[in-house]
Design a protein around this ligand. Structure first.
Ligand code: ASP
Length: 372
């Protein structure tokens, strides 16, 4: 007989927003020392971890088709570390996550963070970096918020989903996981959500923080941290303004490459009316001279900030690497520091919704990498 009781809190026909509590029978609510277990909630959003393929060797081209309830019930021992609840807040491939979905995730974190000792968010790996970064800036909490996902669908041989979810729950339950910012549990490692990078499109060891390293390692059912708790350098709190409707200003990312077509730029500023531009430059801020000139003129004409980021996975674009235009009083060009183009886009959007001046936006970008 199962030792799990499931309570439905919401209309069970509302599959978009199902919420369950698993109450393990009293014998498992208390740890062996008799202490009350931490209350942890999993917020399910989809991704490969929630996917099924048509064969055991299929590791690409599968579909999101598994609920958070099915996932939780397939993992033995989850209830021995915590009192667990879970809620299906979305069930999508993370490539489909935009402002509306981000709002759902943000609201779910805000709504639950007080009541629980820690939260776990299951999420697709393709855009986990972006959601983690967004939450790092907009959620102020000491409690662990741990993201996880998988590279193999649930139907694949050696699927990594169940272990990643198990480890995420254990990490969220652990008191030493507090005050570390958004965390990611993946492939036996704990990684800072702020520095997170997806480095491989297929392999299980895809997530790392090149240059900054892992925060800890997972063995058996234990997390071993390498460092005492601390938030990443330069992380600021940029709250979502009250009443904000999640209509983010349009900020586009352009990828630098040989033979870059400068004619794209007037289209973005003039026709699409972007409110910000991020350049994934070819090195530490390098775009060809004609591109820099057009970018400089258009950004001044339309008063649109332009972030110089880089397409390389590691390293920085500092202020000193920005193109120079002698004698111009107005300069809307900003260095991304170590931020990737996709993270730069989010930081710029958060600055724009707070109506920051270009000088203030520059100071926020400097802060994130400690630059000057
Ligand atoms: N396509 C998936 C997603 O990001 C990839 C994954 O989760 O690994 O939702």
């Amino acid at each position: 007989m199962s030792d799990i009781e499931v309570d439905f809190h919401h209309d069970p026909n509302d599959i978009e927003h199902m919420q369950f509590d698993i109450r393990y029978r009293s014998s498992s609510i208390n740890s062996s020392s008799g202490q009350t277990l931490p209350k942890i909630k999993i917020l399910g959003t989809g991704g490969t971890i929630a996917s099924k393929g048509t064969s055991a060797h299929q590791t690409a081209g599968y579909k999101v088709d598994l609920t958070i309830e099915e996932m939780v019930q397939s993992i033995p021992d989850l209830g021995s570390t915590c009192e667990l609840s879970y809620e299906q807040i979305l069930n999508v491939d993370s490539k489909e996550i935009g402002a509306k979905e981000l709002q759902v995730i943000y609201n779910a974190v805000v709504d639950n963070i007080e009541e629980y000792d820690g939260l776990v968010i299951t999420h697709g790996t393709d855009t986990m970096e972006e959601t983690a970064f967004f939450l790092q800036f907009t959620i102020k909490t000491s409690k662990p918020v741990v993201m996880c996902g998988s590279m193999r669908p649930s139907t694949a041989i050696s699927s990594d989903g169940p272990m990643n979810l198990y480890q995420a729950v254990v990490i969220a339950s652990h008191p030493e996981s507090r005050d570390r910012g958004i965390l990611v549990a993946f492939n036996d490692r704990v990684i800072s959500g702020y520095f997170l990078k997806k480095s491989n499109a297929n392999s299980l060891d895809t997530f790392n923080a090149i240059g900054q390293g892992y925060l800890g390692n997972f063995v058996n059912n234990q997390i071993y941290y390498y460092f005492p708790p601390s938030k990443p350098m330069g992380v600021s709190y940029l709250p979502i303004p009250p009443g904000f409707d999640f209509q983010f200003p349009e900020v586009t990312v352009l990828f630098g490459h040989q033979g870059f077509n400068d004619d794209l730029l007037p289209l973005l500023f003039d026709s699409i009316k972007i409110k910000g531009l991020v350049l994934a430059t070819m090195g530490a801020g390098s775009m060809k001279d004609t591109t820099n000139k057009v970018v400089f003129e258009l950004s001044n004409k339309f008063k649109v900030p332009v972030i110089y980021s880089k397409r390389s996975m590691d390293g920085m674009v500092t202020v000193g690497s920005l193109p120079k235009f002698e004698g111009s009083p107005c300069n809307n060009l900003i260095a991304s520091g170590s931020l990737s183009p996709q993270k730069s886009r989010i930081l710029l959007q958060l600055c724009l919704i707070n109506n920051f001046s270009v000088d203030t936006i520059k100071s926020y970008f400097k802060k994130v990498y400690g630059g000057s």
